[in-house]
Design a protein around this ligand. Sequence first.
Ligand code: SAM
Ligand code: ZN
Length: 406
Amino acid sequence: MVPDMTIDFPVVEVREGKARFFIPDPKVFGEAGRLPPSRAPVFYNPRMSLNRDLAVLFLKAYQIKAGRALKVCEPMAGCGVRGLRFALEVDGLERIVLNDLSPRAYELAKLNVKHNGLEGLISVENEDAHKLLCRYSSPRQRLDYVDLDPFGSPSPFLDSALRAVRSGGVLALTATDTAPLSGLHVKACMRKYLGKPLRVSYWREIAVRLLIGAALLSALRHDLAVNPLFSYGVDHYVRAYVEISRGAKEADKHLDYMGFILHCRNCLRREVKRGLTPFLPDRCGSCGSRLDYAGPLWLGRLVDKGFCEEMLRQVEGSTLENVKSTTKLIVRLIDEADAPLTYYVSDEVCERLKVPIPPINDIVSELNFRGYLSTRTHFHDRGFKTEASSETVLEVIKEIVEEKKV
Ligand SMILES: C[S@@+](CC[C@H](N)C(=O)[O-])C[C@H]1O[C@@H](n2cnc3c(N)ncnc32)[C@H](O)[C@@H]1O
Ligand SMILES: [Zn+2]
């Protein structure tokens, strides 16, 4: 069906949250989300509905926190699903600006806005994201919330986006370039994020910290600071929602939240060094093996616990696609909000010990029982964060296996 003369490819109507909208027909262009996005004329990935559910909850909670009508912008909107969902599912939005460089995405997003009767609230533009954001970069023009959801890395757009967000506003970032961020392509990561990645079992946390670190490094040059309200890493992407604050003093303080994570591949020990130019030892303090490192990256908190609790309250009465997984993720983020940096994955520890893998809950309870604050992590189903040293972690797991004969 061609619902509009401006759309020159076959489309079908789908539903996500409260939005009903048109996407390129998966029967013609292959199943949406499974294909390289270049095959379909306009991008829509149903597998990112969890990402959009969380964005809806975030914006609901942020609107309550800000206590004012919000101006929202998605500079790379694809078919417009995210903006439609904001308009239909979040109260207290004054204006939503959707934009996409692709003329076909622009036409489809415009059609979808009309289809949902949202022309009064949403405007659609067809510009390069930099050019669009530049329009909002002077005082009193700035936006409350900018959501960057590009192909791959949001890094090239950080400067433009930061300049367009008001003080106290939020910049949301999705990065899907997990090959660089997980340490597979080290140089690509250093180019995009100005920090070295690390190919370790807890790479997802490193990736989130590199993304926030890159946002902060861009912000500092404008005398801005960033504070993560909500950030996580799942599937093939990492995501961060950072609140922007203006002022050189605030920015200076944030320099202390940057630093390095050192890792010993022999005994799994991790160390943290704060600052942009600390001395980095090259030998492990426990076993004397060579240390590898990640950074500079963000060493501060990944979420604001109170903010996450508000997001959780907003789940009730909402029309999310993935209520169970959204709730589970937020609960886990609250649980691990105060936990130490980095996590262990039981598979890796057990492989090292050459023992079977005990249930993750047994490991966490045993460590807590012995007085080491420990918790599971959303980053990995068999991952846990703990105050215990790597030596203790290895010992405790060995004992659990011996006692319980796993
Ligand atoms: C990952 S898709 C966006 C998906 C959308 N945010 C969603 O939730 O479904 C990235 C989009 O960015 C657009 N794009 C790429 N470069 C751009 C640029 N420089 N300015 C504006 N849009 C751009 C692409 O056309 C594509 O539609
Ligand atoms: Zn060591």
